[in-house]
Design a protein around this ligand. Structure first.
Ligand SMILES: [Zn+2]
Length: 478
């Protein structure tokens, strides 16, 4: 038997003013594909031949440019055309890819794949829980399942579970479909961490479901609030293990949908959330150091520009010079280039801020150059870290600022250590992220999720959504 594997993944923020283009994708083809998707051994052990297509995934940003999507999709479809005897297809698809003029990238890909392979080929998707699923996706794809962790630490488990489920379907000749239920609710991811209630016990319940022999996968897609589309919403899905369990799984999906929706009012921030000024004052003068602060409104992993200077301004105004603050990082390619032209120890005037909008308004500082470094990071914990961006470090009084050449969220110890920085030597360290990633939890003694303005602003009830299907909680009081 033959299975094609690949990835086409993006989380697209509609409120980001720029498109995501081809050069922004991390791209692999040939043997490299299997190295980045930990599933090939599952197929090989089952005696299934693996045909790689492509791996194309970009950091979250604005909607994907139409030609870019079509360019990558064509490579995948061409691989299918070259292998007309495929028995299965396994893909990593995020679930929140929004393509210019097309809409859901995953849905379009699923439909085009199905049209090519017909009903006999089994299609399985490993997905992120921040996906907004088209209702009809469940008719195109046989198996899908999303992560059971947010912040995400179980990507590998999800990919492997959906690959094993594909092998099961092939072994027994099943051609079933997931039982998908859309829910009229949507939250920013930061209000739905799986480490706290109510999501924690929802996940525990889904883990229980997955231990049942009748169920292969159970998922709760929390959705992606910064896409304005009719499909923007949460959803649950249950994948039956065999045809005789289809009806039971339909009931389990109904029950899961009801359980999740019943707890909608309990979703909230995992840690103290404060406005920017209160964040600066509390983190500097009230909480035990080091205080880890996340700049929630400008979270590049949710597709923002990563150039927000709001918290920099607050700390420059509030810091007394004795406290040590680290801001990691602010994306500003121009400021980065200015810093790179200097040597360590140079003192110079610097403008930090890309001036796209009020959030990225430039700040003029007198900076001391602390050098330039490559920032290393990993995408999946089991794969060694690679270079994510370039950074210049400058000191402005007691405030150290990491200026990056592209948007990047510092969440891993290796992000900091590769820049020669130790967050524990600061009173406060700020990162452009939303919830408190597990490694941030290890680095901080206290935490504030700062409710800053930006394209991933958490107060979604204030957004002017145009296409989202109403009524939906919390935009409507249902
Ligand atoms: Zn996610």
């Amino acid at each position: 038997m033959k299975v094609m594997i690949g990835a086409l993944a993006h989380e697209s923020n509609d409120f980001c003013p720029h498109l995501t283009t081809r050069e922004m994708f991390e791209f692999y083809s040939g043997d490299e594909v299997a190295r980045h998707l930990p599933v090939a051994d599952i197929f090989e052990e089952a005696g299934v031949e693996v045909i790689p297509s492509i791996y194309a995934a970009a950091e979250s940003y604005g909607p994907v440019e139409e030609q870019t999507f079509l360019y990558f999709e064509k490579m995948i479809l061409d691989t299918v055309r070259a292998n007309p005897d495929l028995d299965g297809i396994w893909m990593f698809c995020h679930g929140a890819m929004n393509v210019q003029n097309i809409g859901s990238g995953e849905y379009r890909l699923a439909c085009d794949l199905r049209a090519l392979v017909g009903e006999n080929c089994v299609i399985s998707f490993g997905m992120d829980l921040h996906g907004n699923l088209e209702e009809d996706l469940a008719n195109q794809v046989n198996i899908f399942r999303c992560y059971h962790t947010a912040p995400h630490t179980d990507q590998r488990d999800t990919y492997r579970r959906t690959a094993r489920a594909l092998v099961e379907y092939l072994r027994y000749g099943h051609r079933l479909h997931p039982q998908l239920r859309k829910l009229p609710m949507i939250f920013p991811g930061e209000m739905a961490a799986t480490t706290v209630e109510p999501f924690k016990s929802i996940i525990a319940y889904m883990d229980e479901l997955e231990r049942r022999p009748e169920v292969l996968c159970a998922s709760c897609y929390i959705g992606f609030a910064w896409t304005d589309a009719a499909r923007t919403s949460s959803a649950v899905a249950v994948v039956p293990a065999a045809p005789e369990h289809e009806q039971l799984c339909a009931q389990l999906a109904d029950d899961l949908a009801q359980r999740v929706f019943a707890r909608r009012r309990e979703f909230g921030f995992e840690m103290t959330a404060l406005p920017p000024r209160e964040t600066a004052l509390a983190s500097l003068y009230e909480l035990p150091p080091p205080c880890c602060v996340t700049d929630m409104g400008d979270n590049p992993t949710a597709g923002t520009t990563g150039g927000g200077t709001v918290l920099l301004r607050e700390y420059l105004a509030a810091a007394d010079g004795k406290k040590r603050v680290l801001i990691a990082g602010i994306c500003d390619p121009q400021a980065f280039a200015v810093c790179r032209a200097h040597r360590e120890g140079d003192v110079f005037d610097l403008s930090i801020g890309m001036e796209i909008d009020e959030v990225t308004r430039p700040v003029q500082v007198r900076a001391v150059c602390r050098g330039c470094r490559s920032v290393l990071g990993y995408r999946i914990a089991s794969v060694p870290p690679i270079k994510r961006c370039e950074a210049a470090i400058v000191s402005v009084g007691g405030v150290d600022v990491v200026i990056t050449d592209r948007a990047y969220a510092f969440t891993q110890k290796v992000n900091f250590s590769s820049c020669g920085l130790d967050p524990s030597s600061y009173d406060v360290f700020v990162t452009k992220f939303g919830y408190i990633f597990p490694e941030l939890k290890e680095m901080g003694k206290s935490f504030i999720m700062s409710n800053t303005p930006g394209e991933s602003y958490q107060m979604i009830t204030e957004f002017n959504y145009k296409k989202i299907r109403r009524p939906i909680y919390p935009l409507d009081d249902i």
